[in-house]
Ligand binder design. Structure first.
Ligand code: ZN
Length: 100
């Protein structure tokens, strides 16, 4: 779980998840109310995880000859799984870093 670089408070899984939706403009720490940003390396990790969905989905669909409904269902399950593990890959910084 990420730790606030300003006050050292550990963010909970649900807090990180909620704040991650707004992380482009920084996320406010619940403890010290200072803005925190996702680090560039952590951003790469989380986008890599999201990118894994089609990598798993497309071969699985052709391999098991899945119906469109099943592909959609599997995609949703994978999406939820990805969102669930994302907070574990979050790292925070007090300074905003350029996107790339
Ligand atoms: Zn803090």
């Amino acid at each position: 779980m990420p730790v606030c670089k300003h006050c050292g408070a550990k963010w909970s899984w649900s807090d990180t998840l909620k704040r991650s939706w707004t992380f482009r403009r920084g996320m406010r720490c619940r403890n010290c109310k200072k803005k925190q940003y996702q680090t560039r390396s952590s951003r790469k990790k989380t986008s890599l995880i999201a990118g894994l969905i089609p990598v798993v989905l497309i071969p699985a669909a052709s391999l098991f000859d899945l119906a469109p409904g099943s592909i959609l269902g599997l995609g949703m399950v994978l999406g939820i799984l990805c969102i669930g593990v994302m907070p574990f890959f979050f790292e925070l910084t007090s300074k905003e870093e350029p996107l790339w």
